[in-house]
Design a protein around this ligand. Structure first.
Ligand code: NAD
Ligand code: UD1
Length: 338
């Protein structure tokens, strides 16, 4: 079975490509490298000993996507291609809406034109919004988002719901990711953010490796056990395995379904920092700062539906996440740029 990964050179895409290849699937990647580079794909090929058909295209370009579909005849699509920096989306909402929504529409049009019926979409826990209490369950109504990035995910979910009604043969799985961190255990592939990281783990690893002077913990006065925010951190390799299970599910069922990919266990910022220090036997320079606008105190999944429907559960713990994130950063202090 051949899977087309839109945005497959990125952080989650390349780990998923690796696990798909390891499970006997063929992989085609289309990426414009706006937030990634071809080196990640080369490393996946080296790790697996298998070839990936790689196309450098903008997935917004429907004609090009249709050409690749005609050439490769994929059986299913995974849609990772999107812009994802929350702060940037507030500064550049038009660019975010255009890129994220257009990539989705051009993939759906190409599927319609070529008879591809199966797609997995990368959504986010952010769509639960502020109104719902954790643990988040898939049957809760979506909430209101605090930024354009989140709204693009919410709107794209609605697009998939509407399209699902038009064709009973379609099989659509919306995966709502929680907080992916970690890297493949080889340290050959991992998260390589451009510029100053927004997310916690890359900020920790860049501080540990000396690129950043210190980590600022955004607030210790929340109503949580240690006062810092709690999140559902999930190892990116567990997330990749979740996609392999979701592809199997696409083959079993038609219609549309929404599934959380999280561990169901929240950890605080300080718990993550302490686990990182302990497992890697090092100090991370940090200070306590003020709250970051838009942060929720607590966000974690009810992970029971993924277990029930996909037969998937996260296997790797916080220590694995901290060890593997550091192994990647230590081996690649400048990311893929060497
Ligand atoms: P990423 O930026 O590493 O990967 C996205 C990939 O899409 C990149 O390789 C980028 O170059 C590509 N891309 C973007 N626009 C494109 C376009 N128009 N044409 C072709 N390629 C394009 O991000 P990631 O962390 O791997 O995230 C993958 C998906 O999961 C994204 O849709 C993201 O919003 C979603 N998601 C990520 C997280 C997270 O914490 N990483 C959480 C929830 C959801
Ligand atoms: C953020 C986004 C979310 C997006 C996700 C993945 C916001 C409000 N939410 O989630 O929409 O899907 O990234 O891209 O931006 N922290 C620090 N210091 C730092 C960085 C983070 O203390 O330098 C804290 C944050 O306050 C938070 C936790 O670490 O409590 C995790 O932050 P982050 O990695 O940015 O993820 P989220 O905010 O959960």
């Amino acid at each position: 079975m051949k899977i087309f990964l839109a945005g497959g050179a990125g952080y989650i895409g390349c780990h998923t490509a690796l696990q798909l290849l390891n499970n006997g699937y063929e992989v085609v990647i289309a990426d414009n490298f706006s937030n990634s580079c071809p080196e990640a794909v080369k490393r996946v090929e080296a790790l697996t000993g298998k070839k990936i058909a790689l196309y450098e295209i903008d997935v917004q370009d429907g004609a090009k996507v249709k050409e690749v579909f005609a050439q490769e005849q994929p059986d299913a699509v995974i849609h990772f291609a999107g812009l994802k920096a929350v702060g940037e989306s507030v500064q550049q909402p038009i660019r975010y809406y255009r890129n994220n929504i257009n990539t989705t529409l051009s993939l759906l049009e190409a599927m319609e034109a070529t008879g591809v019926k199966k797609i997995i979409f990368s959504s986010s826990a952010t769509v639960y919004g502020e109104e719902n209490p954790s643990p988040y369950k898939e049957n809760m109504p979506k909430g209101s988002c605090t930024n354009p990035y989140g709204w693009t995910k919410s709107m794209m979910e609605q697009i998939f719901q509407d399209v699902a009604l038009t064709d009973p043969e379609l099989s659509i799985v919306i995966l709502r990711y929680f907080n992916p961190i970690g890297a493949h255990e080889s340290g050959e592939i991992g998260e390589d953010p451009k510029g100053i990281p927004n997310n916690l783990m890359p900020y920790i690893t860049q501080t540990a490796v000396g690129i950043r002077e210190k980590l600022t913990v955004f607030g210790d006065d929340y109503d949580t056990p240690d006062g810092t925010c709690q999140r559902d951190y999930i190892h990116v390799m567990d997330l990749a395995d979740g996609h392999v299970k979701a592809v199997e599910y696409l083959n079993r069922e038609q219609g549309i379904d929404i599934i959380n990919l999280g561990t169901g266990t929240p950890y605080s910022v300080l718990e993550l920092v302490n686990a990182f220090q302990k497992v890697n036997d090092m100090k991370v320079n940090y200070v306590i700062g003020t709250r970051r606008a838009g942060d929720l105190p607590v966000c974690y999944a009810d992970a029971s539906k993924a277990a029930r429907v996909l037969g998937w559960k996260a296997k790797r713990g916080l220590e694995d996440m901290c060890r593997d994130s550091w192994n990647w950063q230590r081996k690649n202090p400048q990311g893929y740029r060497k």
